[in-house]
Design a protein around this ligand. Sequence first.
Ligand SMILES: [Mg+2]
Ligand SMILES: [Zn+2]
Length: 231
Amino acid sequence: MQLQSSQQNKANLQRVVFLDRDGVINRNSPDYIKSWEEFEFFPKSIEAIRLLNLNGFTTIIITNQSVINRNMVSKEGLEYIHALMKKAVKSRGGEIKDIFFCPHTPEEGCDCRKPEPGLIYQAQKKYRIDLPTSIMVGDNAKDIECARRAGCGLSILIKSDNIANAEKILSEKKISPDSTASDLYDAAIWIIKHEVGGRRSDVGGPRSEIRDPRSELTPQRSKLSPLTSEL
Ligand SMILES: [Mg+2]
Ligand SMILES: [Zn+2]
């Protein structure tokens, strides 16, 4: 009986893929992303989020947005960008469950700017998250370090323009990501295959939700076309 109830508790926990925003979901800019006009999704990032959701993962964004306290974007302006981003993902069948952002500049020394783990702790307070089986995907050394410090089970480094710098910092800190991926889609495929083949059996949750991405891709294209024509 005791074993059964502990399994039930485990099954209620959400397995989260924490996503960095800039350089993972959308193209980054040295001038920051200050408006929806400057926000450009990477080609397959929306599809990647949908695939992760289909396979039982909750997707939550964890992002440093010092643009707020640099007074380059208002909080309302950032929330507007995020509302449109969530809407775009939803219209394609995925869901960004929530977005946690740090508004501070590095000089403020807050506890939520990555690599500090504060944003993940904020998410953990709000949702029932199984951190040891949750995963961080980011393109910066800070993302990987944040995941490690928060106790996330796995982290994946995206090979963006920043890859050389990220790898240099990580090697100095003797931290290594569990995998690297060329983009979020590549990371999603890795996560799904890795979990289905390996650790997945350790975790509660409905097995019927596990879908092979390769068998999923073809039917979904046809499902997407009527939606596209509506837009
Ligand atoms: Mg980034
Ligand atoms: Zn902060």
